[in-house]
Design a protein around this ligand. Structure first.
Ligand code: HEC
Length: 123
């Protein structure tokens, strides 16, 4: 038994390191296999980070709850085609037309892309 101990320890360390790597990998992969909800997942991003300017007066599109969906689809969003949706190009973190001093996280951008690629529903 004693002779096995170093091997057990080595495998535990390797396994532990691998589990960290795997967690990171999964985090970047969040939205793809979940159904993304516009009202529960996407609107809260706009409400938290965008409506101070995208308030229906200061900058287009109006991203306030209740108006945002109809402002975005279809003008800025082509359902099932995030790569052809100007919303994605213009997000803070991609090529937002003015510098506002912050970027959306990779996770938030991936979530918005997934919502579009799942059909951009008002769900
Ligand atoms: C500090 C103010 C400010 C914040 C915060 C802000 N924006 Fe903007 N945004 C602007 C301005 C100004 C423009 C240029 C508007 C124009 O050309 O009419 C713009 C343009 C855009 C455009 C392109 C509009 C077009 O017609 O081409 C999109 C899309 C956009 N913003 C999305 C967002 C999103 C999503 C957020 C939140 C994550 C956000 N913005 C946060 C000020 C802001």
């Amino acid at each position: 038994m004693k002779k096995l101990a170093p091997f057990v320890l080595a495998f535990s360390i390797i396994g532990f390191c691998y589990s960290c790597y795997y967690d990171t990998f999964l985090e970047l992969d969040i939205p793809i296999d979940e159904i993304v909800s516009y009202s529960n997942d996407i609107q809260p991003i706009f409400t938290a980070s965008c409506i101070s300017c995208h308030d229906g007066m200061t900058a287009d599109p109006d991203l306030r709850e209740g108006s945002s969906y109809n402002m975005l689809v279809p003008q800025y969003v082509t359902a099932f085609e995030s790569e052809n949706s100007s919303l994605i190009d213009n997000l803070p973190g991609n090529n937002h037309p003015v510098d506002i001093g912050f970027s959306l996280s990779d996770e938030d951008i991936a979530l918005i892309e997934a919502w579009i690629d799942q059909g951009a529903e008002d769900n």
